[in-house]
Ligand binder design. Structure first.
Ligand SMILES: O=C(O)CCC(=O)C(=O)O
Ligand SMILES: [Fe+2]
Length: 299
């Protein structure tokens, strides 16, 4: 007898929702987390910022996003939060999140790929709060999949005043121009004006007018975006910090692939420092410690 983890069918995207995701490149979910779960994310993140760790990453590669109090009142990013914080991981691993992603990606299995804890301080003029236009597939050139997606999970109602995530509608279906070597570098290390121009150039090339959609996300809901959907976000003009997790997800088929820059240098992703090796000696993107299965349709 096979057992399937029960999830509430009502909370899953309908066939029409999945088609809309395929057309627009983003989806706003139903309420997947209770208020108590969302509040628990706030307290667990505060404990984390104060130094609590259930496990520690063995290394700090220079490319790792890892805010520490000595970095001050800039935007905070902490990668691998699901590895270092058990209370946060427990909530992120609720089956409904993976089940929603599986429906959207029309796949049978969803594994976690990466998760980043994010905090935008309530400082309207703080330049590090601005997230320039980018799409996540650029960071994942060592992945075989073109079907990966991200859940953006705020810890409160999140709207434009707080600098919510903003999607460029339908951009995941664009043909790409100008996607050179530099696209694999994280946006924090790139020139925002250059990225802005790259987006405009791509829109022109595809003969479309830019339509940006700020995601207004009620507490407990989350937004999903396809790995080729351009997105970014603005200043936090509110009086409260904008707290969130960016939960990057891979479909079951995703594997490591070697990817070279034009000068022959291999592209690297931080997993290479952490995950176990597969039989072929390559980084294993299904290492259960770092990339656990969140959902599989056969239980
Ligand atoms: O923090 C933001 O507004 C954007 C986060 C992001 O780039 C993502 O979730 O992929
Ligand atoms: Fe992103």
């Amino acid at each position: 007898m096979t057992t399937t983890i029960p999830v509430e069918e009502d909370l899953l995207p309908s066939e029409a929702d999945v088609r809309s995701y395929e057309e627009h490149g983003w989806y706003l979910s139903k309420k997947l987390f209770t208020d108590d779960e969302v509040d628990a994310l706030v307290s667990a993140s505060e404990a984390f910022y104060a130094g609590a760790r259930d496990r520690r990453l063995g290394k700090r590669p220079s490319t790792l996003a890892y805010w520490e109090p000595s970095d001050g009142a800039v935007q905070r990013h902490n990668d691998y939060i699901h590895y270092e914080s058990d209370p946060i991981a427990a909530i992120l691993r609720k089956p409904i999140v993976g089940a929603v992603a599986a429906r959207l990606a029309r796949t049978d299995e969803i594994r976690l790929f990466q998760s980043t804890l994010i905090y935008k301080p309530p400082r309207p003029d703080e330049p590090s709060n601005l997230v320039p236009w980018h799409f996540d597939r650029h960071y994942w050139q060592t992945c075989t999949s073109d079907n990966m997606l991200t859940a953006f999970i705020p810890f409160h109602h999140c709207d434009e005043e707080m600098g919510t995530i903003t999607m460029v509608d339908g951009s995941h279906r664009w043909k790409e121009i100008g996607g050179g070597d530099s696209t694999s570098r994280h946006f924090a290390h790139r020139d925002a004006a250059e990225l802005d121009e790259l987006l405009r150039e791509n829109a022109r090339y595809n003969g479309v007018e830019l339509r940006t959609v700020p995601m207004v996300i009620p507490k407990g809901h989350m937004s999903f975006h396809h790995c080729r959907t351009y997105h970014g976000s603005g200043a936090n003009r509110s009086s409260r910090p904008r707290r969130a997790i960016s939960l990057h997800l891979q479909d079951g088929d995703n594997r490591y692939r070697r990817h070279l820059l034009s000068d022959g240098t291999p592209v690297t992703y931080n997993h290479e420092h952490f995950v176990r090796r597969a039989e072929d000696g390559m980084p294993d993107y299904s290492d259960p410690d770092f990339c656990p299965v969140l959902w599989t349709s056969n239980g």
